[in-house]
Design a protein around this ligand. Structure first.
Ligand SMILES: [Zn+2]
Length: 195
């Protein structure tokens, strides 16, 4: 049996599979990781923009970068790696997907049981009140303001130096422990091979 066939058989036999995906799965959709070549914007490193300090210093600049990224992501399509995981959700009622990606492409492939460890770029969070908003406008009016209190909105993603959302992290740990198969989706190509 080839490694792919073997993994396919293990997926078939499992009752409670769980998958973890990261940048490699989105890369197949043409989304740069923002860490290597092609990911740079105006010569800024992500570490210079995706931090609470950068946002406090210059929210408009940080928002311009996120708006640019949202524009790229809006044009991207889910790929066979995403489709495989969406199909798995239909076949296995106890399947859960944990992702580090913020692009929402799993949802575009119609995955519903998704835990987002790093948040979602389409969600905006108020810095003055506890409200969240789903906003898929491209481009956004910058900087976006909270419709409820007028406060400054920030991207609903986890930045460098911030902790992961505790509830999501706890739930992810529980699911990973309970799972009878843990799939690390390092690349979309490998997952697509399981389709
Ligand atoms: Zn608000």
């Amino acid at each position: 049996m080839s490694p792919v066939e073997e993994l396919r058989a293990r997926v078939k036999d499992s009752n409670r599979p769980c998958a973890l995906t990261g940048a490699g799965v989105s890369a197949e959709s043409g989304i740069a990781t923002f860490r290597g070549a092609g990911g740079l914007w105006r010569n800024f490193k992500p570490e210079d923009l995706a931090t609470p300090e950068a946002f406090a210093r210059d929210p408009k600049l940080v928002w311009e970068w996120y708006d640019w990224r949202r524009g790229l992501i809006a044009k991207a399509q889910a790929n066979p790696g995403h489709w495989f995981l969406a199909k798995l959700e239909i076949e296995k009622p106890e399947f859960w997907l944990i992702t580090q990606n913020v692009d929402g492409l799993h949802q575009k492939a119609v995955s519903r049981r998704v835990l987002e460890l790093h948040g979602n770029i389409w969600r905006l969070r108020c810095t003055s009140c506890p409200k969240f908003f789903q906003d898929e406008r491209v481009p956004l009016p910058l900087p976006p303001r909270c419709p409820s209190c007028g406060g400054l909105l920030r991207p609903g993603v986890v930045w460098f130096g911030e902790s992961l959302p505790e509830g999501t992290l706890t739930r992810s740990r529980e699911l990973a422990q309970k799972a009878d198969l843990f799939i690390k989706g390092k690349s979309g190509e490998v997952l697509a091979g399981l389709l």
